[in-house]
Each structure stands twice: as C-alpha cells, then as structure tokens.
Design a protein around this ligand. Structure first.
Ligand code: GLY
Length: 399
C-alpha cells in the first residue's frame, strides 16, 4: 500500500512538473480579460460620433476622447477587427452588426488610387476577420481586390513591396521597405489560396526571403527601414524612422518581425521562417525589462526615463503564442508560451489596463517617439493584438 501511494505521488509530481512547464506562471484568466475588453469596447461603441471620421485610433495621455480617422488611415481596420473578434468571443450579434458597418466603410480603400503597403492591416483585420466568421462573398471580393492593389507595389528587381511612397524625392531613397510590411503579407497569402493569383503567394514569399536576408543585424535585431537601389536591386543601408537610432532595436519593429515570420511559417511551412522567427524572438525576450513591456526602443540611452510601448508587448504576446504551437522543441515552445502569458498578465494589471482612465483596453503605447507623435497613449492596434492574444490563449487552454 505504502509502495502504491509512493508511486502515485511520484507520478503526480512528475505530471505536475510537466504541466507546470507547459503552463507555468499562469496568472491570468483570458475569459475575464476578454469580458473586460468587451465592456470597454461597449463604451467606445456607444460614444462614436456620427461623422465621416469615426474609426477610433488614439486616446492621448490625459484625455478620455478617442481621436478618429477614416479609411485613408493605416489604423482604420483595427476597430472593425476588434468588433469581429468580440463577435467571435461572445456570439452576440450586437458586435457583428457594428463590425459589418465599420468594415464596409473601408471599401473605398480596396482600389484607392494611392496604393498602400498597409492594405493588409486595413483590409485583412476588417474584411479578413469578417469573412472568416461570416463567409460573406462581398467581403471576399474586397479582400481579393485589396491583395491585387498591394501586390502592385512589389518591385521584382529588389524583391520587396515598396513601403513609403515619395521617399525617392524626399529622402533620396530609391526604394524603401519597412519591417512592418511583414504583417501585410498575410493578405497576399490568403488571397492566393482563396481565388486570387498564385503570383500573390510568390510575391509574399520573395518579400519575406529578401527581408530575412537584408533586414537584420547579426544578433537578429531588425532595422526599421531598408533602403534599396532600384537599378541593382541591392541593399544600400538600414535606417530608422520610429526608433531611437539607425542601429537600435525599435521595439514594435521587432514585434512585427516575430509575428510576421511566424505567420509566414504558418502559410508556407518553410522551416527557415520558423527558425528565423525563433532567433528574432530570442533577442527580443532576452532584452525585455522585468515587467515584459518594452520601452519604445531597447537602445535609447535614457532608459528607464523614456516611454514604454504596450503595443509591442501585445503584438509579441500574440505572436509568441502562435510560435509556441509550431516549435518542435517542447522546452523552447513552453518558454515562448510562458513568456506570452507573463506579458499578458503584465498588460492585464492596473499599470497597463485603461479601466476607468479611458475606454481603450490598454495604456502606455508609443507611436512615433522621434517625431513626438502619440507618446504614452492608448492606441487601437495595441488593443487589437491584446484581444487577439487573449483569445489565442483561451483557445490554447481549452485545447
Ligand atoms: N506601421 C506603423 C507602426 O508600427 O507604427
């Protein structure tokens, strides 16, 4: 009997330590935090003005009021993405009705004359989530048009999609690509598999491969912008726009890269993307401050007296949860998952949640420190990826 009890206890200890490895540091209830997001979004929804500019983007520090944008803004797809995800989480038709309204307002963007590298952010978070949940054929048509518009910016000589237009004249950059562009490839992958041309897939893969080759330093930290020569297709230099310096690690750029390469692995199953995503994640995680929310740039010498960027934390948490599902090494995978859980626990604390300060989900994001734009604010893309990460965590726990 004693032998039996001993054996059983030993087995439970082994099982507990194994599951402890998988779900260590679990101090967060995604269900509770998703409910919090829904109650904040409800306040925002009730207060949106009946105006042309009605897509929430930012709440400045000290204010309670959203600043609104329309379909021309790169942030215009996040609000409908949030509404679709709340519909998925709650099955309440209130969110679906609102999501459909705010999504449709973006239709002019699909074929807008100023083709934009951010079409993935705008059209896939809105119409993409909408189609996933409703299979509405009108949404699909808009997504396919948007993908074709985005692909027009691809330069085959360079092998990447052009980011900021007008920079050739303004800065003397013949062709530039920002790391953020990795996120827009999801639109191309989806379109290529859902009725669009296979060329869209090739564009996305080539963009990711060229970025993998040129956009990173030896330690796998990302440059924000790479300037390319259009005649030779070669890299000229790496520079920053929103980070501290050309050679620094801009936090949100690194987070976009982790998310982007993880998504490229999901869409292609090419192991070089999976290996690369891990290297990018490892340097990001190694350099995080204790509360898992980075300063806007890891290399600003004025740290800790510089603003944080909660959006980078939310993006990386969502990406790390997905990465943890693909990494074959169980210990590495559980580390990514635990890091994501700790990040979400930190973001869900009184320090980072907006609560009654304003109706966003999170405080303390930074848009563009060098140009003094959106410093220490609530910002819609932080909220979008926070909710997405909570929903991914809930799904993982249920599985
Ligand atoms: N794509 C813009 C940003 O991350 O600020």
């Amino acid at each position: 009997m004693i032998k039996y009890i001993f054996k059983k206890t030993a087995l439970s200890i082994i099982l507990c330590s194994f599951s402890g490895l998988i779900f260590a540091q679990q101090k967060i209830s995604p269900v509770k935090e998703i409910k919090y997001c829904a109650s904040q979004a409800d306040i925002t929804l009730k207060n949106i003005p009946d105006a042309e500019k009605n897509q929430p983007r930012t709440i400045e520090n000290g204010s309670k009021e959203w600043k609104y944008v329309d379909y021309r803004d790169w942030c215009s797809g996040f609000w409908s993405g949030i509404l679709w995800n709340l519909y998925a989480a709650t099955h309440d038709d209130k969110w679906k009705t609102a999501a459909d309204k705010f999504t449709r307002e973006l239709i002019p963007r699909a074929t807008h004359s100023g083709f934009d590298h951010d079409l993935g952010f705008i059209m896939f978070n809105s119409f993409g989530n909408g189609y996933r949940l409703t299979k509405n054929p009108e949404y699909k048509e808009v997504i396919l048009k948007s993908a074709d518009s985005l692909a027009k910016l691809f330069n085959p000589k360079v092998g990447t999609i052009l980011s900021w237009q007008g920079m050739a004249k303004w800065k003397g950059w013949p062709h530039n690509t920002i790391i953020d562009n990795m996120m827009n490839l999801e639109l191309l992958f989806w379109a290529s598999k859902n009725g669009g041309s296979h060329k869209l897939y090739d564009v996305a893969v080539t963009h990711a491969e060229t970025t993998m080759k040129n956009h990173f330093r030896q330690d796998y930290s990302a440059y924000h912008v790479i300037v390319y020569d259009t005649a030779t297709g070669k890299k000229i230099k790496g520079v920053t726009a929103q980070g501290y310096a050309d050679n620094s690690m801009w936090a949100r750029g690194q987070a976009w890269a982790i998310y982007g390469f993880t998504m490229c692995y999901r869409e292609t199953k090419k192991t070089e993307f999976l290996d690369f995503a891990q290297n990018i994640a490892d340097i990001y995680l190694k350099r995080l401050p204790e509360d898992k929310v980075p300063f806007y740039d890891f290399d600003d010498p004025a740290i800790p007296n510089v603003p944080k960027d909660a959006s980078a934390a939310a993006i990386s948490a969502s990406a790390l949860l997905e990465l943890s599902e693909y990494v074959p090494d169980k210990i590495k995978a559980s580390n990514y998952r635990n890091q994501a859980i700790s990040t979400l626990a930190s973001l869900s604390s009184a320090k980072y949640q907006s609560r009654d300060v304003n109706s966003a989900f999170l405080l303390h994001s930074t848009g563009n420190k060098p140009s003094n734009g959106e410093i220490d604010v609530s910002i819609i893309y932080a909220d979008y990826y926070y909710l997405e990460a909570l929903m991914r965590l809930e799904k993982l726990q249920n599985n």
